[in-house]
Structure formats: structure tokens, C-alpha cells
Design a protein around this ligand. Structure first.
Ligand code: NAP
Ligand code: MG
Length: 505
């Protein structure tokens, strides 16, 4: 890949020798590659299932490959759990719940969760490298966001473990039992932390299934859990595909299902648990509106839009994939966006300069390309940056569409890639109606100088999270979750405890 070459300072040489990163601003130089070293990460050739505190061979006897989407090289092979493995893991979680975890004083439980947080911090560099290798996200994201935020979630919920009586005054918080947790591929370690930390803090035990394409950091977390001496069976980690998730959802001895993923699978899960007494939370897809008013600080807003849809390859459920810009400033904003897009660096996820890494899988790249061609067929006008893409791996140029109609599929459906649909508006009422006009309601962003406008919009936008003059900001103390087809239940903050407890007086 071009980014492994030596730094080149002259503009001519840059174009002739690397052709990798053409900056439209004609700076005369390109970035020197700054790759993070793979050698700081240790990845086994093969991983078994983590059941009852041990690595156990799968009953299925099957293993599947996980690859690096930036190079298409195999990283490791991981076990495929079948229904018999799910039985073993749920039985281990049940025994651990009955015999150990629910009886343990909360202050002791908290110490284990703190210990996990501390070990994540100690291994932060290795976890970030593995996250970028296995999933394709830029190391800057995994290093500066995913891994520290995962550690912060464990710290935060460790703090609540022995304070539940203050969280819910005059009520008694009882754990539910065994939680089955299923997570997607876009934030593998962070989603595992979002799920496991509140479950443990409230006294539940866990069986977690990571996504098929990104199992490695969850398996590293299993090693961390072993190192933290968590009692066997309190957390079990089963790798596998959709069928493994379905076996978990349908297992009769599960008390709660926590799912993050697509709305389609969320609906299947909703149907599967109806008529049972399993509790469920669903964190599903999104089609966030980022709204720029004419009085907004435009450069800041443009940077927020770029961050909201292009960083992390648009693999973010709350990605600002629809931009509504007030008509009077639309031309200027679109010009600024195009300029900024031309300086985005697409390439090696391990390079610290990279803005946009690899698309997570061939399947996801095909989905994104399908939507780009739908957008063109629908009559929208496409613009993509002219950066060169690496020869191997799954990559996509940052792309935007103008002349988009509200009814176009690229304005309604989740693309989950670096593709922005731009629409315009004139009045507050109009933009609120348009922004709310999708089946989703996960997040939104508002850019304006006026506090009153922010309050008007945050009251009337049907979205679980609304950022004002910023975008994609997360904190373990603040709840996250959706409206409508974006799911229900909240993760994070005090609200994130509720899905894991029964409150009695
Ligand atoms: P997905 O296909 O729904 O998969 C999510 C998880 O469910 C994976 O572990 C998957 O296994 C598993 N699964 C697949 N079929 C299943 C079934 N029938 N029963 C039980 N589990 C099953 O979603 P994805 O493509 O991995 O992730 C992208 C989606 O997640 C996007 O729609 C995004 O918006 C959403 N997301 C939402 C949030 C949020 O907080 N609201 C956060 C992140 C992502 P395999 O990996 O083997 O298919
Ligand atoms: Mg992978």
C-alpha cells in the first residue's frame, strides 16, 4: 500500500512516486506515513469459546476465519458456537449467578469491574491495534475513542455497583439473572463494554456474542476477564454467526436479551421473545439528520458534518447521514464540504494520519456501492473525493449527494457507509418535519447560534440523542438509545441500569 513508503516532500515527487494522497490545497507535500506497529498486538492462530472461565473447544467442531478488511488477509480463526455450546454457556452463567454473583456483596462485585477497567487501560494500545486490524477502523478512532470509552464504561458502572439504593431511593434493585447479549461489528469492544459493565454492576451474569467479522477484541476481553479473576461463568463469550445469536435469543433459561444491530434482526428478535417473559432492549439502526442554520458557525459545522459521516467510514448507527442545510447558506456549505472532503485521507487503518479506514466487509462495501448507484438512478447529483484507493481491501471514497428528494431511498434508508445526502430547507417547521420523516429516530444534530432554536428543535425532533453545535460525543454518564425503528431501552448513565434490574419496594 502506498502509505508504507518513505516521506516525500516535493509535490512532483509526491504525485509521481506515491500518487496516494492528493491534497487539493496544493500544499506541495503529502503526509509521511505513520503506521502503528502490528508487533505490539498478539493474536492467536485459533480461538476457542470462553465458557465457565475456560477456553473450550466448540461442540460444533467448526471454526471460521476473521480477516483484516484492509488487506483481505486472515488474522485468526475462531470457534463457531452451536446450540449445544449456547446450552453450556447459559448453564455456566446460571450456576455462576445462583451460586456466586448474586450473593456477592456489591462492593466486591465493584472491585472486579474496576479491575477489568484497569486492565483494559493497561492493554489499551494492543486492543486499539487489534480493533483496527479486525474491523478496519482508523487507529486514531480505536486508540482515542473506542478503547478509552470502553474502559470508562467499566469504571463508570463499577461506581454504581454498590450505590443502587441511591440510584433508586426507597426501592430495592434486584438482578434479572442471565443476560444474553448480541453486538454488531462497528464498535466491537465498546459495544461489549456497554453491555457487560451495567449487567455485572447490577448482579447479572452474561453470555455475549460478538459479530462474525470482528470477534477478536471480545476474545481479548475474555483474556482480560480471566486475568481479573472474575469468578468462572460470570461472563461467557461465544463467537459465531447469526445462528449462534438466534440460539441465544431462543434459549429458555435467558432472562434478558440486549441487542445492538440492524432493525431487521431487531424485528426478528422482538418476534422471537414475544410470549416469553424475557426482558429485551434493542439498539437498532439510524438515519440521523444534521441540521445547519444560516446563523451557525459554518466552518465548525462543516467539520462536525465531516466527523459525523466520514470518520469511521460512516459505520456509526448515529452517523449524520442526512444533512439539512438552510437554503441561504447551502452553496457555501457544500463548497466547504467538498474542499474538506478532498483533504480526507483514505487508506491503511493502522496509519495514524488516516481519516477513513477500510469498510468492514466485502458485503458491506457492496451494500454501500448499491446505495451509491441507487442515488444516481434516483436523479441525485453525486460528488466523491478523487483520492486513490489501495489496490487490496475494501475501501470507499467519501461521497456526497446533492439534489436529493426527501422521498429518495438515500434519504430514507440506512447506508452505513461514508455517503452523505444533502437536502435544503427554509424554516424551522419545515426542517423539523423533514428530519422526523424517516422510520428511524436515533440521533440528530443542530448547528445554530441561537439557544432558543436549539431548545425548540430538541423538543420537537424525535431522536434519542440530539447534539447541539457538536456531533458524535459520548460519555458513559449520558444515556443513549432510540425512538421508533431505532429501538427501545437506554444504554449508558443511570438509565442504563434499568434494563438489568427489577425494582421492588
Ligand atoms: P446485524 O446484522 O443486525 O448483526 C448484529 C448482531 O446480531 C451480530 O452479532 C449478528 O451476527 C447477530 N445476528 C444476526 N442475525 C441474528 C439473528 N437472527 N438472531 C440473533 N442475532 C443475530 O447488524 P450489523 O450489520 O452487525 O451492524 C450494523 C447495524 O447495527 C446497523 O443497522 C447499525 O445502525 C446498528 N447499530 C446500532 C447501534 C445503536 O446503538 N442503536 C449501535 C451500533 C450499531 P453476525 O455478525 O454473525 O451476522
Ligand atoms: Mg475481521
Amino acid at each position: 500500500m502506498a502509505t508504507t513508503k518513505k516521506p516525500i516532500r516535493s509535490k512532483k515527487a509526491a504525485v509521481a512516486k506515491t500518487n496516494s494522497i492528493k491534497l487539493k490545497f496544493d500544499t506541495g507535500w503529502t503526509y509521511a506515513p505513520a503506521p502503528e506497529s502490528k508487533s505490539a498486538a498478539s493474536i492467536n492462530k485459533q480461538y476457542d469459546l470462553f465458557i465457565n472461565g475456560e477456553w473450550q473447544k466448540p461442540e460444533s467442531r467448526k471454526y471460521f476465519d476473521t480477516i483484516n478488511p484492509a488487506t483481505e488477509e486472515k488474522l485468526s480463526e475462531v470457534a463457531e458456537a452451536n446450540a449445544a455450546d449456547v446450552n453450556k454457556a447459559v448453564a455456566a452463567a446460571r450456576t455462576a449467578y445462583d451460586k456466586v454473583w448474586k450473593k456477592m456483596p456489591a462492593t466486591e462485585r465493584a472491585k472486579y469491574i474496576f479491575r477489568i477497567a484497569r486492565i483494559i487501560q493497561e492493554k489499551a494500545r494492543e486492543l486499539a491495534i487489534i480493533e483496527s486490524l479486525d474491523g478496519g477502523k482508523p487507529i486514531r478512532e480505536s486508540r482515542d475513542f473506542d478503547v478509552p470509552t470502553a474502559a470508562n464504561h467499566f469504571f463508570y458502572y463499577a461506581g454504581w455497583a454498590d450505590k443502587l439504593e441511591y440510584a433508586f431511593p426507597n426501592r430495592k434493585a434486584q438482578p434479572l439473572g442471565v443476560a444474553g447479549q448480541i453486538i454488531p461489528w462497528n464498535f466491537p469492544l465498546l459495544m461489549a463494554a456497554w453491555k457487560i459493565a451495567p449487567a455485572l454492576a447490577t448482579g447479572n451474569t452474561v453470555v455475549l456474542k460478538p459479530a462474525e467479522t470482528t470477534p477478536l477484541t471480545a476474545l481479548k476481553l475474555a483474556e482480560i476477564i480471566q486475568e481479573a479473576d472474575l469468578p468462572p461463568g460470570v461472563v461467557n463469550i461465544l463467537t459465531g454467526a447469526g445462528a449462534t445469536g438466534a440460539a441465544l435469543v431462543n434459549h429458555p433459561d435467558i432472562n434478558k436479551i440486549a441487542f445492538t444491530g440492524s432493525t431487521d434482526v431487531g424485528k426478528i428478535i422482538q418476534r422471537a421473545v414475544s410470549g416469553t417473559n424475557k426482558r429485551v432492549t434493542l439498539e437498532l439502526g439510524g438515519k440521523a439528520a444534521n441540521i445547519i442554520f444560516e446563523d451557525a458557525p459554518l466552518d465548525q459545522a462543516v467539520e462536525g458534518v465531516i466527523n459525523g459521516i466520514f470518520f469511521n467510514q460512516g459505520h456509526v448507527c448515529c452517523a449524520g447521514s442526512r444533512l439539512y442545510v438552510q437554503e441561504s447558506v447551502a452553496k457555501e456549505v457544500i463548497r466547504k464540504l467538498k474542499d474538506r472532503m478532498s483533504s480526507l485521507l483514505v487508506g491503511d487503518p493502522l496509519d495514524k494520519n488516516t481519516d477513513i479506514g477500510a469498510i468492514n466487509s466485502k458485503q458491506q462495501l457492496d451494500t454501500i456501492l448499491k446505495y451509491i448507484s441507487i442515488g444516481k438512478k434516483e436523479g441525485a447529483e453525486m460528488y466523491e473525493s478523487n483520492c486513490r484507493l489501495p489496490n487490496k481491501g475494501f475501501f470507499c471514497r467519501p461521497t456526497l449527494f446533492t439534489n436529493v428528494a426527501q422521498s429518495n431511498r438515500i434519504a430514507q434508508e440506512e447506508i452505513f457507509g461514508p455517503v452523505l445526502s444533502i437536502l435544503t430547507f427554509r424554516t424551522d417547521d419545515e426542517v423539523i418535519e423533514k428530519a422526523n420523516n424517516t422510520p428511524y429516530g436515533l440521533s440528530a444534530g443542530v448547528w445554530t447560534d441561537k439557544g432558543s432554536k436549539i431548545f425548540n428543535l430538541t423538543k420537537r425532533l424525535r431522536a434519542g440523542v440530539i447534539w447541539a453545535n457538536t456531533f458524535n460525543k459520548f460519555d458513559p454518564g449520558s444515556p443513549f438509545g432510540g425512538y421508533k425503528e431505532s429501538g427501545y431501552g437506554r444504554e449508558g448513565g443511570l438509565h442504563g441500569l434499568l434494563p438489568y434490574i427489577e425494582l421492588t419496594s
